[in-house]
Design a protein around this ligand. Structure first.
Ligand SMILES: C[C@H](O)[C@@H](O)CC(=O)C(=O)O
Ligand SMILES: [Mg+2]
Length: 380
């Protein structure tokens, strides 16, 4: 069915100065500016159908420094972080609705209607990373944590990995505030080698983290397996995936028993299809999927995938939750909706990728209003 031809394609370098407030900072990315290559494909179709896509990057917009790419760690600040999430708005349905119709998922049909209703009423459980970025002061951490508790959050992630004493102090603060029952996760953003990861986490085990995320290089599958073997007996699972770029890496992580929580990233894995194949493999290995969403637009995209996962693939919420970061949603035409610390299913057409034109104009690099001011201030 031909509905029109591509009539225009635009690519824009959109950057948000998140580093000014330490938002998004971790042991590896100390000053990230959440950025995106934002692509819009327009058509001449009568209904005006178009596709919008983002490639989430860290710090340098669409600039790629290949000399750093080769040498640095895969997630080094300044390197591109994620792949492409480009999806049209065909049929006027939310992305997750289209995906749920797929025939091969026969088994997931059992109980599907009930799960759909449950999602519409209760939403998909989320956890927050926004209280405890590494660059936040202890006061900010306390204030954000107190607010998050008031807002009903029960699952929290704290960044670790740069300095052990700082980690012990910050984990103590957060555990004291949330109490022994609520869930705490830790994220080292690849900072350690294998023995260091085991040693460091043995010292943080007393804070009862559910998982340590990205304890070492995301490419080191056997390293993850070794860490997993050492830490699972301490009650700490291994979570990874936000830097894994295809299903083959995930296949090997699963085969090597290298992770207990699998973190798809809607953009890093190029296309919805690649994400779906990973969801299906995770189901086969009975490993819970807890998506990564720390970046501009990632919450918007990944909510479609994880709600689909629950309704049509995993049919389980056990040990499952989706990351939420409380930044930059106001720039999206269809921002995520969080209620009672859960993602409420999106109902607008498409993959929730469309950004507001006004936001794109303001944050375009280097000539958007926001960057003109910041760059001028840097010069003075
Ligand atoms: C640099 C990013 O903010 C990163 O810290 C996100 C991340 O690791 C997460 O959300 O998990
Ligand atoms: Mg992470």
């Amino acid at each position: 069915m031909v509905r029109g031809r591509i009539s225009r394609l635009s690519v824009r370098d959109v950057r948000f100065p998140t580093s000014l407030g330490g938002h998004g900072s971790d042991a590896m990315h100390t000053d990230p500016d959440y950025s995106a290559a934002y692509v819009v494909i327009e058509t001449d179709a009568e209904d005006g159908i178009k596709g919008c896509g983002i490639t989430f990057t860290l710090g340098k917009g669409t600039e790629v420094d290949w000399s750093r790419e080769g040498r640095g760690a895969p997630g080094d600040s300044g390197c591109p972080k994620c792949g492409v999430g480009l999806v049209g708005q065909a049929g006027g349905k939310a992305c997750l609705e289209v995906t749920c119709g797929h025939e091969i998922l026969q088994k997931g049909q059992v109980g599907k209607k009930e799960r759909e209703k449950q999602m519409l009423a209760q939403g998909y459980p989320a956890y927050t990373t926004s209280c405890a970025w590494l660059g936040y002061s202890d006061d900010t951490l306390k204030q954000l944590c107190a607010q998050a508790l008031k807002d009903g959050w029960t699952r929290f992630k704290v960044k670790v990995g740069a300095d052990l004493q700082d980690d012990v102090r910050r984990c103590q603060i957060i555990r004291d505030m949330i109490g022994p029952e609520k869930t705490l996760m830790m994220d080292a953003n690849q900072r350690w080698d294998v023995p260091e990861a085991v040693e460091w986490m043995s010292k943080l085990a007393k804070f009862k983290p559910l998982w340590i995320e990205e304890p070492t290089s995301p490419d080191d599958i056997l390293g993850h397996a070794a860490i997993s073997k050492a830490l699972v007996p301490l009650g700490i699972g291994i979570a990874t995936g936000e830097q894994c770029h295809n299903r083959v890496i995930f296949k090997q992580l699963l085969q090597a028993k290298a992770l207990q929580f699998l973190q798809i990233d809607s953009c890093r894995l190029g296309s919805v299809n690649e994400n779906l194949s990973v969801l299906l493999m995770a189901k086969k290995f009975e490993i819970p999927v807890c998506p990564h969403a720390g970046g501009v637009g990632l919450c918007e995209l990944v909510q479609h995938l994880i709600i689909f996962d629950y309704i049509s693939v995993s049919a389980s919420l056990k040990n499952r939750m989706c990351e939420y970061v409380d930044h930059l949603h106001e720039h999206f035409k269809y921002p995520v909706m969080i209620q009672r610390a859960s993602y409420m299913p999106p109902k607008d057409p498409g993959y929730s990728t469309e950004m507001k034109e006004e936001s794109v104009k303001k944050h375009q690099y280097p000539d958007g209003e926001v960057w003109k001011k910041l760059l001028a201030a840097q010069e003075n």
